[in-house]
Design a protein around this ligand. Sequence first.
Ligand code: CTP
Length: 434
Amino acid sequence: MKKIITYGTFDLFHIGHYNILKRAKEHGDYLIVGVTGENYDIGRGKLNVHDSLATRIENVLKTGFADEIIVEEYLGQKIGDIIKYNIDAFVIGDDWRGKFDHLSRYCEMIYLERTKGISSTQIREETFGHYDIGMICDIVDDNQIVKEAKLVNGFEVKNVCSDDDNVLESLQEKYAIENSFDSYMDMVEESDIIYVRCSTSKRYDYIRQALESGKHVLYDPPATFKSDEIKELISLAKEKNLILMENIKMVHIYVFNQLLWMTQGGLIGDILSFNCSISKNDESRSNLFYDLSVYTLLPMLKIMGLDYEKADFNVSKDGDNIEFASMNFVYPNGRAVINVGNTIRVDNQLEIIGTKGTIRMKGDWWRSKSFELHTPGSSDVQLYTTNFEGNGFKYLIRELSSMLSNNRINSKSIFEDESIKIVEILEDVKKAEK
Ligand code: CTP
Protein backbone atom coordinates (compact mmCIF):
# COMPACT_ATOMS: atom_id res chain seq x y z
CA MET A 1 0.00 0.00 0.00
CA LYS A 2 1.44 3.36 -1.05
CA LYS A 3 0.93 5.99 1.65
CA ILE A 4 0.80 9.67 0.68
CA ILE A 5 0.90 12.73 2.91
CA THR A 6 0.07 16.35 2.09
CA TYR A 7 -0.30 19.50 4.19
CA GLY A 8 -2.13 22.80 4.02
CA THR A 9 -4.22 25.38 5.81
CA PHE A 10 -7.24 24.84 3.53
CA ASP A 11 -8.83 28.11 4.58
CA LEU A 12 -12.03 29.11 2.74
CA PHE A 13 -11.92 25.79 0.90
CA HIS A 14 -11.68 26.28 -2.85
CA ILE A 15 -11.26 24.37 -6.12
CA GLY A 16 -7.43 24.53 -5.90
CA HIS A 17 -7.61 22.60 -2.61
CA TYR A 18 -10.07 20.08 -4.07
CA ASN A 19 -7.84 19.48 -7.08
CA ILE A 20 -4.65 18.94 -5.12
CA LEU A 21 -6.33 16.50 -2.72
CA LYS A 22 -7.83 14.58 -5.64
CA ARG A 23 -4.49 14.32 -7.45
CA ALA A 24 -2.61 13.50 -4.23
CA LYS A 25 -4.94 10.55 -3.63
CA GLU A 26 -4.39 9.37 -7.23
CA HIS A 27 -0.66 9.04 -6.49
CA GLY A 28 -1.23 6.30 -3.91
CA ASP A 29 -3.69 4.17 -1.95
CA TYR A 30 -3.96 5.93 1.40
CA LEU A 31 -3.96 9.72 1.88
CA ILE A 32 -3.09 11.49 5.11
CA VAL A 33 -3.85 15.22 5.16
CA GLY A 34 -2.09 17.49 7.66
CA VAL A 35 -4.21 20.55 8.44
CA THR A 36 -2.38 23.42 10.17
CA GLY A 37 -3.33 24.11 13.79
CA GLU A 38 -4.25 27.64 14.84
CA ASN A 39 -1.23 28.16 17.10
CA TYR A 40 1.12 26.91 14.42
CA ASP A 41 -0.30 29.38 11.89
CA ILE A 42 -0.11 32.24 14.38
CA GLY A 43 3.46 31.32 15.31
CA ARG A 44 4.59 31.40 11.69
CA GLY A 45 2.91 34.79 11.16
CA LYS A 46 -0.12 33.58 9.19
CA LEU A 47 -2.67 35.64 11.09
CA ASN A 48 -5.30 35.99 8.48
CA VAL A 49 -6.81 32.50 8.52
CA HIS A 50 -10.58 32.87 8.60
CA ASP A 51 -12.03 29.40 9.16
CA SER A 52 -11.64 27.52 12.42
CA LEU A 53 -9.57 24.34 12.50
CA ALA A 54 -12.79 22.30 12.85
CA THR A 55 -14.30 23.88 9.70
CA ARG A 56 -11.09 23.40 7.71
CA ILE A 57 -10.91 19.71 8.73
CA GLU A 58 -14.59 19.22 7.91
CA ASN A 59 -14.09 20.69 4.44
CA VAL A 60 -11.15 18.40 3.72
CA LEU A 61 -13.16 15.38 4.96
CA LYS A 62 -16.14 16.31 2.76
CA THR A 63 -14.06 15.78 -0.39
CA GLY A 64 -13.88 12.06 0.47
CA PHE A 65 -10.20 11.90 -0.59
CA ALA A 66 -8.60 11.92 2.87
CA ASP A 67 -8.29 8.58 4.65
CA GLU A 68 -6.87 10.23 7.74
CA ILE A 69 -6.49 13.78 9.03
CA ILE A 70 -3.77 14.98 11.35
CA VAL A 71 -3.13 18.44 12.76
CA GLU A 72 0.18 20.15 12.03
CA GLU A 73 1.08 21.79 15.30
CA TYR A 74 4.73 22.79 15.13
CA LEU A 75 7.64 23.57 12.86
CA GLY A 76 9.55 20.41 11.95
CA GLN A 77 6.61 18.08 12.56
CA LYS A 78 6.69 16.85 8.95
CA ILE A 79 9.83 14.71 9.39
CA GLY A 80 8.33 12.99 12.45
CA ASP A 81 5.04 12.42 10.60
CA ILE A 82 6.78 10.80 7.62
CA ILE A 83 8.55 8.38 9.94
CA LYS A 84 5.59 7.77 12.26
CA TYR A 85 3.05 7.12 9.49
CA ASN A 86 5.49 5.22 7.25
CA ILE A 87 4.92 7.60 4.35
CA ASP A 88 6.01 6.72 0.79
CA ALA A 89 5.39 10.08 -0.91
CA PHE A 90 4.91 13.68 0.08
CA VAL A 91 2.65 15.74 -2.23
CA ILE A 92 2.50 19.53 -2.26
CA GLY A 93 1.68 22.33 -4.73
CA ASP A 94 4.51 23.65 -6.87
CA ASP A 95 4.39 27.04 -5.09
CA TRP A 96 6.50 25.14 -2.54
CA ARG A 97 8.93 23.74 -5.13
CA GLY A 98 12.44 23.50 -3.69
CA LYS A 99 11.30 24.32 -0.13
CA PHE A 100 10.91 20.68 0.88
CA ASP A 101 13.76 19.06 -1.02
CA HIS A 102 15.44 18.05 2.24
CA LEU A 103 12.52 15.62 2.78
CA SER A 104 13.56 13.56 -0.25
CA ARG A 105 15.91 11.58 2.06
CA TYR A 106 12.81 10.30 3.86
CA CYS A 107 10.32 9.71 1.02
CA GLU A 108 9.49 10.55 -2.60
CA MET A 109 8.72 14.24 -3.16
CA ILE A 110 5.95 15.12 -5.62
CA TYR A 111 5.27 18.75 -6.52
CA LEU A 112 1.97 19.25 -8.38
CA GLU A 113 1.03 22.24 -10.47
CA ARG A 114 -1.21 24.70 -8.60
CA THR A 115 -4.70 25.40 -9.93
CA LYS A 116 -4.40 28.78 -11.60
CA GLY A 117 -6.26 31.93 -10.61
CA ILE A 118 -7.41 31.03 -7.10
CA SER A 119 -6.05 31.15 -3.55
CA SER A 120 -7.37 31.61 -0.01
CA THR A 121 -5.58 34.98 0.10
CA GLN A 122 -7.47 36.15 -2.96
CA ILE A 123 -10.84 35.03 -1.56
CA ARG A 124 -10.13 36.72 1.79
CA GLU A 125 -9.27 39.96 0.03
CA GLU A 126 -12.44 39.86 -2.06
CA THR A 127 -14.75 38.81 0.78
CA PHE A 128 -13.67 40.79 3.82
CA GLY A 129 -13.33 44.50 4.45
CA HIS A 130 -10.29 46.53 3.55
CA TYR A 131 -8.99 49.17 5.96
CA ASP A 132 -6.61 51.94 4.98
CA ILE A 133 -4.53 53.19 7.90
CA GLY A 134 -3.39 56.82 7.94
CA MET A 135 -0.44 57.60 10.19
CA ILE A 136 0.34 61.00 11.72
CA CYS A 137 3.92 60.76 12.79
CA ASP A 138 6.93 62.81 13.76
CA ILE A 139 9.61 60.12 13.89
CA VAL A 140 11.06 58.13 11.04
CA ASP A 141 12.48 55.12 12.87
CA ASP A 142 10.82 52.03 14.21
CA ASN A 143 7.56 52.23 12.30
CA GLN A 144 7.08 48.49 12.34
CA ILE A 145 3.33 48.93 11.90
CA VAL A 146 3.83 49.50 8.17
CA LYS A 147 5.38 46.07 7.70
CA GLU A 148 3.29 44.19 10.23
CA ALA A 149 -0.10 45.57 9.15
CA LYS A 150 0.41 43.86 5.80
CA LEU A 151 0.47 40.48 7.56
CA VAL A 152 -3.15 40.85 8.62
CA ASN A 153 -5.62 40.55 5.81
CA GLY A 154 -7.23 43.76 4.66
CA PHE A 155 -4.96 46.18 6.56
CA GLU A 156 -2.44 48.55 5.04
CA VAL A 157 -0.73 51.77 6.09
CA LYS A 158 -1.60 53.69 2.97
CA ASN A 159 -1.47 57.32 4.07
CA VAL A 160 1.02 59.36 6.04
CA CYS A 161 1.17 62.91 7.36
CA SER A 162 3.69 64.79 9.47
CA ASP A 163 4.11 68.33 10.75
CA ASP A 164 7.73 68.07 9.70
CA ASP A 165 8.30 68.05 5.91
CA ASN A 166 11.64 66.22 6.17
CA VAL A 167 10.14 63.49 8.33
CA LEU A 168 7.26 63.15 5.89
CA GLU A 169 9.56 62.73 2.92
CA SER A 170 11.79 60.20 4.70
CA LEU A 171 8.81 58.24 6.00
CA GLN A 172 7.21 57.89 2.62
CA GLU A 173 10.48 56.87 1.03
CA LYS A 174 11.68 54.50 3.75
CA TYR A 175 8.41 52.62 4.13
CA ALA A 176 7.08 53.00 0.58
CA ILE A 177 3.77 54.43 1.83
CA GLU A 178 1.45 55.21 -1.08
CA ASN A 179 0.14 58.68 -0.19
CA SER A 180 1.58 61.56 1.79
CA PHE A 181 -0.49 64.51 3.03
CA ASP A 182 0.41 68.03 4.14
CA SER A 183 -2.94 68.45 5.81
CA TYR A 184 -3.92 66.16 8.68
CA MET A 185 -7.64 66.55 8.02
CA ASP A 186 -7.16 65.62 4.35
CA MET A 187 -5.44 62.44 5.46
CA VAL A 188 -8.18 61.69 7.99
CA GLU A 189 -10.74 62.05 5.22
CA GLU A 190 -8.95 59.45 3.06
CA SER A 191 -8.34 56.88 5.84
CA ASP A 192 -10.45 54.35 7.76
CA ILE A 193 -8.20 54.12 10.82
CA ILE A 194 -5.88 56.84 12.12
CA TYR A 195 -2.69 55.93 13.92
CA VAL A 196 -1.48 58.82 16.10
CA ARG A 197 2.25 58.53 16.63
CA CYS A 198 3.55 61.97 17.54
CA SER A 199 4.73 63.92 20.56
CA THR A 200 2.44 63.76 23.57
CA SER A 201 1.42 67.40 23.43
CA LYS A 202 -0.31 66.90 20.06
CA ARG A 203 -1.93 63.53 20.59
CA TYR A 204 -5.16 64.61 22.26
CA ASP A 205 -6.08 67.07 19.49
CA TYR A 206 -5.27 64.66 16.69
CA ILE A 207 -7.24 61.86 18.36
CA ARG A 208 -10.26 64.09 19.00
CA GLN A 209 -10.29 65.40 15.43
CA ALA A 210 -10.11 61.89 14.00
CA LEU A 211 -12.93 60.63 16.23
CA GLU A 212 -15.07 63.66 15.40
CA SER A 213 -14.56 62.82 11.73
CA GLY A 214 -15.89 59.31 12.37
CA LYS A 215 -12.55 57.44 12.17
CA HIS A 216 -11.27 54.63 14.39
CA VAL A 217 -8.09 55.57 16.26
CA LEU A 218 -5.00 53.73 17.35
CA TYR A 219 -2.55 55.85 19.35
CA ASP A 220 0.73 55.79 21.21
CA PRO A 221 -0.19 56.35 24.86
CA PRO A 222 -0.60 58.46 26.87
CA ALA A 223 -3.12 60.44 24.86
CA THR A 224 -3.10 63.18 27.48
CA PHE A 225 -2.10 63.95 31.07
CA LYS A 226 -5.60 65.03 32.02
CA SER A 227 -8.08 62.43 33.23
CA ASP A 228 -11.08 64.50 32.09
CA GLU A 229 -9.60 64.53 28.56
CA ILE A 230 -9.15 60.74 28.36
CA LYS A 231 -12.70 60.30 29.68
CA GLU A 232 -13.93 62.74 27.06
CA LEU A 233 -12.13 60.84 24.26
CA ILE A 234 -13.49 57.50 25.49
CA SER A 235 -17.06 58.80 25.60
CA LEU A 236 -16.68 60.47 22.19
CA ALA A 237 -15.53 57.15 20.72
CA LYS A 238 -18.49 55.37 22.34
CA GLU A 239 -20.99 57.94 21.16
CA LYS A 240 -19.72 57.56 17.60
CA ASN A 241 -19.35 53.76 17.86
CA LEU A 242 -15.63 53.96 17.09
CA ILE A 243 -12.60 52.06 18.30
CA LEU A 244 -10.10 53.99 20.40
CA MET A 245 -7.15 51.80 21.18
CA GLU A 246 -3.71 52.25 22.73
CA ASN A 247 -0.66 50.93 20.98
CA ILE A 248 0.62 48.65 23.73
CA LYS A 249 1.80 45.55 21.94
CA MET A 250 2.79 43.63 25.06
CA VAL A 251 -0.80 42.79 26.02
CA HIS A 252 -1.42 41.17 22.64
CA ILE A 253 1.50 38.76 22.90
CA TYR A 254 0.64 35.21 24.04
CA VAL A 255 3.29 34.99 26.71
CA PHE A 256 1.81 38.00 28.47
CA ASN A 257 -1.57 36.28 28.57
CA GLN A 258 0.11 33.25 30.13
CA LEU A 259 1.63 35.54 32.73
CA LEU A 260 -1.78 37.08 33.46
CA TRP A 261 -3.35 33.65 33.68
CA MET A 262 -0.81 32.63 36.31
CA THR A 263 -1.05 35.77 38.37
CA GLN A 264 -4.78 36.48 38.11
CA GLY A 265 -5.72 32.80 38.32
CA GLY A 266 -3.86 32.39 41.62
CA LEU A 267 -1.31 29.91 40.25
CA ILE A 268 1.55 31.68 42.04
CA GLY A 269 -0.59 32.26 45.12
CA ASP A 270 -1.38 35.68 46.57
CA ILE A 271 0.67 38.42 44.98
CA LEU A 272 2.92 40.13 47.50
CA SER A 273 5.08 42.27 45.28
CA PHE A 274 5.21 43.71 41.78
CA ASN A 275 8.52 45.21 40.90
CA CYS A 276 9.59 46.56 37.58
CA SER A 277 12.13 48.85 35.99
CA ILE A 278 12.35 50.29 32.55
CA SER A 279 14.68 52.61 30.69
CA LYS A 280 15.36 53.13 27.05
CA ASN A 281 17.93 55.19 25.31
CA ASP A 282 16.24 56.60 22.26
CA GLU A 283 17.72 59.88 21.18
CA SER A 284 15.25 60.29 18.33
CA ARG A 285 12.48 60.81 20.89
CA SER A 286 12.72 63.48 23.52
CA ASN A 287 11.34 62.96 27.00
CA LEU A 288 10.13 59.41 26.73
CA PHE A 289 9.42 59.25 30.44
CA TYR A 290 5.63 59.22 30.25
CA ASP A 291 5.53 56.83 27.30
CA LEU A 292 7.73 54.40 29.22
CA SER A 293 5.64 54.75 32.37
CA VAL A 294 2.52 53.52 30.58
CA TYR A 295 4.28 50.24 29.81
CA THR A 296 4.95 49.65 33.50
CA LEU A 297 1.61 50.84 34.85
CA LEU A 298 -0.59 48.67 32.66
CA PRO A 299 0.82 45.32 33.87
CA MET A 300 0.82 46.62 37.43
CA LEU A 301 -2.88 47.51 37.23
CA LYS A 302 -3.71 44.18 35.62
CA ILE A 303 -1.82 42.15 38.21
CA MET A 304 -2.22 44.17 41.40
CA GLY A 305 -5.58 45.74 40.58
CA LEU A 306 -6.81 49.32 40.31
CA ASP A 307 -7.48 49.88 44.00
CA TYR A 308 -4.21 50.79 45.64
CA GLU A 309 -4.48 52.56 49.00
CA LYS A 310 -1.62 54.97 48.68
CA ALA A 311 0.88 56.09 46.08
CA ASP A 312 3.95 58.27 46.19
CA PHE A 313 6.20 59.50 43.45
CA ASN A 314 9.78 60.56 43.59
CA VAL A 315 10.70 62.48 40.45
CA SER A 316 14.21 63.58 39.56
CA LYS A 317 14.60 66.25 36.87
CA ASP A 318 17.34 67.86 34.85
CA GLY A 319 15.79 71.10 33.60
CA ASP A 320 12.53 70.13 31.88
CA ASN A 321 13.62 66.58 31.40
CA ILE A 322 12.60 63.86 33.85
CA GLU A 323 15.72 61.75 34.32
CA PHE A 324 14.30 59.18 36.67
CA ALA A 325 11.23 58.49 38.75
CA SER A 326 10.31 55.95 41.35
CA MET A 327 6.61 55.19 41.85
CA ASN A 328 5.45 53.27 44.90
CA PHE A 329 1.98 51.87 45.35
CA VAL A 330 0.64 50.36 48.55
CA TYR A 331 -2.05 47.73 48.05
CA PRO A 332 -4.02 46.06 50.87
CA ASN A 333 -1.87 42.91 50.66
CA GLY A 334 1.20 43.92 48.73
CA ARG A 335 3.30 46.57 47.14
CA ALA A 336 4.32 47.70 43.69
CA VAL A 337 7.55 49.53 43.00
CA ILE A 338 8.19 50.96 39.56
CA ASN A 339 11.41 52.62 38.48
CA VAL A 340 11.49 54.51 35.21
CA GLY A 341 14.75 55.88 33.86
CA ASN A 342 14.64 58.33 31.01
CA THR A 343 18.17 59.60 30.62
CA ILE A 344 19.36 57.65 33.66
CA ARG A 345 19.80 53.97 32.90
CA VAL A 346 18.25 51.27 35.04
CA ASP A 347 18.33 47.53 34.38
CA ASN A 348 15.14 46.45 32.69
CA GLN A 349 13.37 43.74 34.62
CA LEU A 350 10.02 42.66 35.93
CA GLU A 351 9.48 40.50 38.99
CA ILE A 352 6.22 39.33 40.51
CA ILE A 353 6.43 37.59 43.86
CA GLY A 354 3.56 35.40 44.96
CA THR A 355 3.16 33.14 47.99
CA LYS A 356 3.57 30.08 45.73
CA GLY A 357 6.10 31.28 43.17
CA THR A 358 7.98 34.11 41.53
CA ILE A 359 7.80 35.22 37.92
CA ARG A 360 10.78 36.94 36.37
CA MET A 361 11.29 38.63 33.03
CA LYS A 362 14.77 39.91 32.35
CA GLY A 363 15.92 42.47 29.81
CA ASP A 364 13.35 44.27 27.68
CA TRP A 365 10.44 42.53 29.42
CA TRP A 366 7.74 44.58 27.63
CA ARG A 367 8.69 42.88 24.39
CA SER A 368 9.94 39.63 25.83
CA LYS A 369 8.95 36.31 24.36
CA SER A 370 9.45 34.41 27.60
CA PHE A 371 9.30 34.46 31.37
CA GLU A 372 10.72 32.33 34.15
CA LEU A 373 8.71 30.71 36.91
CA HIS A 374 10.59 29.96 40.13
CA THR A 375 8.80 27.75 42.61
CA PRO A 376 9.78 27.68 46.31
CA GLY A 377 11.52 24.47 47.32
CA SER A 378 12.42 23.53 43.75
CA SER A 379 15.64 24.31 41.94
CA ASP A 380 13.85 23.85 38.60
CA VAL A 381 13.11 27.02 36.69
CA GLN A 382 10.22 26.67 34.27
CA LEU A 383 10.47 28.71 31.10
CA TYR A 384 7.31 29.89 29.34
CA THR A 385 7.94 31.05 25.80
CA THR A 386 6.17 32.08 22.64
CA ASN A 387 7.72 32.45 19.23
CA PHE A 388 7.03 35.17 16.75
CA GLU A 389 8.90 37.49 14.44
CA GLY A 390 8.74 41.26 14.53
CA ASN A 391 7.60 43.35 17.46
CA GLY A 392 4.08 42.00 17.95
CA PHE A 393 2.24 44.76 16.10
CA LYS A 394 0.51 42.17 13.95
CA TYR A 395 -1.23 40.72 17.02
CA LEU A 396 -2.56 44.13 17.92
CA ILE A 397 -3.85 44.62 14.37
CA ARG A 398 -5.38 41.17 14.54
CA GLU A 399 -7.39 42.20 17.60
CA LEU A 400 -8.39 45.37 15.78
CA SER A 401 -9.50 43.22 12.86
CA SER A 402 -11.55 40.96 15.12
CA MET A 403 -13.16 44.00 16.79
CA LEU A 404 -14.07 45.51 13.43
CA SER A 405 -15.53 42.32 12.02
CA ASN A 406 -17.57 41.70 15.17
CA ASN A 407 -18.65 45.33 15.43
CA ARG A 408 -17.12 45.52 18.91
CA ILE A 409 -15.53 48.78 19.99
CA ASN A 410 -14.07 47.74 23.34
CA SER A 411 -10.72 46.02 23.46
CA LYS A 412 -10.47 43.04 25.77
CA SER A 413 -6.73 43.52 26.10
CA ILE A 414 -6.87 46.96 27.68
CA PHE A 415 -10.01 47.86 29.59
CA GLU A 416 -11.44 51.35 29.76
CA ASP A 417 -10.94 51.71 33.52
CA GLU A 418 -7.27 50.77 33.07
CA SER A 419 -6.80 53.45 30.39
CA ILE A 420 -8.37 56.06 32.69
CA LYS A 421 -6.41 54.95 35.76
CA ILE A 422 -3.11 55.21 33.88
CA VAL A 423 -3.83 58.84 32.95
CA GLU A 424 -4.94 59.58 36.53
CA ILE A 425 -1.62 58.24 37.83
CA LEU A 426 0.37 60.22 35.26
CA GLU A 427 -1.62 63.31 36.23
CA ASP A 428 -0.44 62.78 39.83
CA VAL A 429 3.14 62.24 38.68
CA LYS A 430 2.90 65.54 36.77
CA LYS A 431 1.88 67.24 40.02
CA ALA A 432 4.81 65.61 41.83
CA GLU A 433 7.10 66.82 39.04
CA LYS A 434 6.57 70.48 39.96
N1 CTP B 1 -3.07 24.82 -3.84
C1 CTP B 1 -3.19 24.54 -5.21
N2 CTP B 1 -3.77 25.48 -6.03
C2 CTP B 1 -4.22 26.65 -5.52
C3 CTP B 1 -4.10 26.95 -4.15
C4 CTP B 1 -3.52 25.99 -3.33
O1 CTP B 1 -2.78 23.49 -5.66
N3 CTP B 1 -4.74 27.53 -6.36
C5 CTP B 1 -2.42 23.84 -2.99
C6 CTP B 1 -1.15 24.35 -2.30
O2 CTP B 1 -0.05 24.30 -3.19
C7 CTP B 1 -1.02 23.40 -1.14
C8 CTP B 1 -2.49 23.10 -0.77
O3 CTP B 1 -3.28 23.51 -1.89
O4 CTP B 1 -0.39 22.20 -1.55
C9 CTP B 1 -2.95 23.86 0.46
O5 CTP B 1 -2.66 25.22 0.21
P1 CTP B 1 -3.04 26.45 1.15
O6 CTP B 1 -1.80 27.17 1.50
O7 CTP B 1 -3.90 25.98 2.25
O8 CTP B 1 -3.94 27.30 0.10
P2 CTP B 1 -3.70 28.73 -0.54
O9 CTP B 1 -4.90 29.03 -1.37
O10 CTP B 1 -2.37 28.75 -1.26
O11 CTP B 1 -3.66 29.64 0.75
P3 CTP B 1 -3.01 31.09 1.03
O12 CTP B 1 -3.49 31.98 -0.06
O13 CTP B 1 -3.48 31.46 2.39
O14 CTP B 1 -1.51 30.89 0.98
